[in-house]
Design a protein around this ligand. Structure first.
Ligand SMILES: Nc1nc2c(c(=O)[nH]1)N[C@H]1C(S)=C(S)[C@@H](COP(=O)(O)O)O[C@H]1N2
Ligand SMILES: [Mo]
Length: 329
């Protein structure tokens, strides 16, 4: 594991505070670390290198070793960093795609704690620093597909959520995991608006949450997450529509009942609990058969066929054997 933060800790400074020297120093440290051959450092995989080049250079580096989890690395072209961090859904900061990048500067990510509660033997309040140390960081190159019909390919940094779940020891009664995200009307201008009920909540069945591809995510493109991408900690579930991947998580609750999720509460006929990427089940208002890849969507760019489970069927299909995916959308 290697987590390199600047001496001022896990901060997301405004770009105006960043001197070129400091950016340069960060990069130089990284190069030194890579050259030193420290075990676990992502030894400059092509993705790692390209990712570093694409990063903002303004955030603290967060490097993960290449993941050995099956399916953790797709080889499609990465979405440019700029596109991935300026075309976002984070309704707490507004409903336009450009709003989160513009408005999320107010999000305060230090100090940060994630409370673990409910049906676990070891309920706990984890500081972000504790979470960062819980398991080795890995780089995973996942597709993320939004139910709206667009997708991206992003090098995320984090570790399997299962590491945290094992640490808190759920009781045998725990059947679901609920993710509660920050709802702070002082720093999030749209919390209080009526687009959704706040806080934004998502949920998984326990076996989905334990799947190694379910990523507790702290970084992307070799840096800590920028605020608009769900800093300081979010989920990324590559086989499910993006909205299952809650951003800026403050609470993880283990329950015996299927959690009521934010999008399901907002429109139950459109957004079910499972929300697996499934080209065969249309959204009530549009087809899900194809998608456009953000960053390569010129006027004449061809749409891609959406793949079952977003291309992760070999890894996760078994979780849903016997489940009617038309009904359980
Ligand atoms: N807290 C919170 N998490 C959220 C959302 C949100 O509005 N609030 N939007 C979801 C949706 S619809 C998508 S598609 C993804 C988008 O993640 P990205 O902006 O990093 O691509 O975040 C998900 N997580
Ligand atoms: Mo989405």
């Amino acid at each position: 594991m290697l987590i390199k933060t600047h001496s001022d800790g896990f901060l997301h400074p405004a770009s105006s505070e960043i001197t070129p020297q400091r950016v340069y120093a960060g990069r130089r440290d990284m190069v030194k670390l890579m050259a030193s051959g420290v075990a676990g450092v992502a030894l400059a995989t092509w993705a790692g290198r390209e990712a570093m080049a694409q990063g903002s250079g303004k955030l603290a580096p967060l490097v993960g070793a290449k993941s050995a989890v099956a399916g953790a690395t797709v080889t499609e072209k990465l979405t440019p960093y700029k596109d991935a961090t300026t075309y976002n859904n984070f309704y707490e900061f507004g409903t336009d795609k450009a709003d989160p990048a513009q408005n999320a500067g107010t999000l305060k990510t230090t100090p940060w704690t994630v409370e673990i509660e409910g049906l676990v033997k070891k309920p706990a309040k984890y500081t972000l620093e504790d979470l960062l140390k819980l398991a080795p960081m890995e780089e995973r190159i996942y597709r993320l597909r939004c139910v709206e019909g667009w997708s991206m390919v992003i090098p995320w940094v984090g570790y399997s959520l299962s590491a945290l779940i094992k640490a808190v020891e759920p009781t045998s009664g725990a059947k679901f995991v609920e993710f509660v995200t920050l709802a702070d009307s002082k720093t999030m201008p749209f919390v209080g608006s009526r687009v959704l009920q706040w806080p934004y909540v998502e949920g998984l069945r326990m076996d989905e949450a334990m799947h190694p591809l379910a990523l507790l995510t702290f970084g992307m493109y070799g840096e800590v997450l920028p605020n608009q991408s769900g800093a300081p900690v979010r989920m990324v579930l590559p086989w499910k529509y993006g909205f299952k991947s809650g951003k800026s998580i403050v609470k993880i609750r283990f329950t015996d009942k299927q959690p009521a999720t934010a999008w399901n509460k907002a429109a139950a006929n459109e957004y079910g609990f499972y929300s697996n990427v499934n080209p065969n089940v249309d959204h009530p208002r549009w087809s899900q058969a194809t998608e456009r890849r953000i960053g390569e969507d010129g006027l004449f760019a061809k749409k891609r066929k959406t793949l079952m489970f977003n291309g992760y069927e070999a890894q996760v299909g078994q979780l849903y054997a016997g489940l009617d995916l038309q009904k359980n959308f």
